[in-house]
Design a binder for this molecule. Structure first.
Ligand code: GDP
Ligand code: IMO
Ligand code: MG
Length: 439
């Protein structure tokens, strides 16, 4: 049962889309299993750029099946926009399957997201993507005001919407009367029935289909979204998303037994970024942070927001790698730090007079940690044209090998640019962690 999973080990945007696209050729099926339009995965090939929110990054390969599993929340208008955009560019979506179990994002979710995001905890906003993700998952767990994709094809759909709109108008109205007044059940029903018609060719119960695929030994690539440090249970709560976005959520979101996953690949940038609020120990709020943002073009794929930038945090990535049972790492965007005079890595935290390599459970403690830095010399060389490990400058190789050591996992791939071709396979003997940190 060969199942490979690609998950982010930081706060999202680790270039998972690029890696999934690259690895699609080795698989028969690509599965997205969580998140929704909050995700923005970029694939660049031969100068053409594709931005995907719901649709798996395997879609550019006509030989694979692409599945959106039950754990995803779908905004029908957004996914139809993605489908249209791909088709206009000559990409077939005929092998796309969307689970009829996915929960749907409705206008009230987006309105609720706006209202609640502005009223958070301790004066800091979560800084959500305002795509209605949290409220949609909240309704899913609450059950009584949730609507799944399969419900669009049932007779009682208009009645359900009317009932829910009446509830939402009262709830939302208490916080934002204007937003509540815009909810029009009749218009929503009409719009969503239109979407239902267009989505119908893709909708099915993906669960038996995937189980059959697993049991017959087809090779499956599971595409993570968000990042492990945004995990609802294991991330920097409450500055997280609403799903188990670390490796622990794969089987639940896809609808496969955990034994279907036998290879876990963790993706990390050669530095760190974060969009939205929350603690970020290695953040650079100075000119160096601005420099990394410009060099890496660190602006959100979904919202266009400038991403917060900082040095590589080996404590955080090691935590995420252990939590998700990561077998190997892909280190992305090495080219971005390649022109800098020096590079830094946080190898431990100082907290209350103690040095630790554990990742604190409380956001307030993470906010208080002081990074213990390892400073390495830069290589000040453009490496975007390098295609082999041997041709990387010695200090760049040293940086990669040492990160593998601090994180405690081998780095098997290094990315030196957005294009598919800008990827270097690392010989295993080079990257086996020399000295894994003590457990
Ligand atoms: P994802 O959400 O994890 O799929 O990542 P995003 O697509 O949101 O962000 C990654 C960005 O970095 C995209 O614009 C990619 O095209 C780009 N990218 C991917 N790999 C590299 C790389 O090695 N170097 C550079 N400079 N950019 C990269
Ligand atoms: P990909 O798949 C980066 C962040 C938001 C916010 C928090 C909660 O492209 O890596 P939400 O809208 O999910 O309720 O927002 O999570 N966030 C992401 N950050 N990349 C993502 O996805 C993200 N998805 C959510 O910025 O801080
Ligand atoms: Mg992204």
């Amino acid at each position: 049962m060969p199942g490979t999973c690609v998950i982010g080990l930081q706060w999202g945007d680790e270039a998972k889309g690029k890696l999934v696209d690259l690895m699609t050729a080795e698989h028969e099926i690509v599965v997205r299993y969580l998140g929704g339009a909050n995700a923005g995965h970029t694939v660049v090939t031969g100068g053409a750029k594709f931005k995907l929110h719901h649709i798996p990054s395997g879609i550019l390969n006509p030989n694979v099946d692409n599945v959106i599993g039950p754990g995803v929340v779908v905004n029908p208008a957004v996914i139809l926009g993605e489908i249209d955009g791909l088709q206009e560019r000559g990409i077939s979506v005929s092998r796309l399957k969307i689970s009829d179990r996915v929960h749907l994002v409705f206008p009230w979710h987006i309105a609720e997201d706006k209202v609640t995001n502005e009223r958070l905890v301790g004066g800091e906003n979560i800084g959500t993507t305002l795509r209605g993700i949290g409220p949609c998952y909240r309704d899913k767990v609450g059950r009584t005001t949730a609507i799944r994709l399969g419900d669009l094809y049932r007779e009682d759909f208009p009645e359900r919407v009317e009932r829910i709109v009446a509830i939402k108008q009262r709830q939302l109205g208490a916080l934002d009367a204007e937003a509540a007044a815009t909810l029009d059940a009749g218009a929503i029903v009409e719009e969503y029935l239109g979407h239902a018609k267009r989505l119908e060719p893709y909708v099915c119960d993906t669960t038996p289909w995937l189980l059959e695929a697993v049991e017959s030994g087809r090779s499956i690539l599971f595409e993570g979204a968000q990042g492990s440090l945004l995990d609802i249970d294991h991330g920097t709560f409450p500055f997280v998303t609403s799903t188990n976005s670390s490796g622990v959520g794969v089987a639940a979101g896809a609808g496969v037994p955990w034994k279907a996953i036998d290879r876990m690949i963790g993706v990390a940038k050669a530095y760190t970024t974060r969009v939205g609020g929350g603690p970020f120990p290695t953040e650079l709020t100075d000119a160096m942070g601005d420099r990394i943002r410009e060099l890496g073009n660190e602006y959100g794929t979904t919202t266009g927001r400038p991403r917060r930038c900082g040095w590589f945090d080996a404590v955080a990535v090691r935590y995420a790698a252990r939590l998700s049972g990561v077998d190997e790492l892909a280190l992305m965007m090495l080219d971005v730090v390649s022109l800098l005079p020096e590079v830094r890595v946080c190898t431990a935290y100082r907290l209350d007079g103690q040095t630790t390599t554990d990742f604190p459970s409380h956001a307030d403690d993470l906010r208080r940690v002081e990074p213990v830095w390892e400073v390495l010399s830069g290589w000040k060389t453009d490496i975007t044209g390098v295609r082999s490990w041997e041709d990387l400058p010695e200090p760049a190789r040293d940086y990669v090998v040492r990160i593998a050591g601090w994180v405690g996992r081998p780095i098997t791939r290094v990315s030196v640019g957005p294009d598919r071709s800008q990827t270097i396979d690392v010989p295993l003997e080079e990257v086996a962690p020399a000295a894994s940190p003590s457990r």
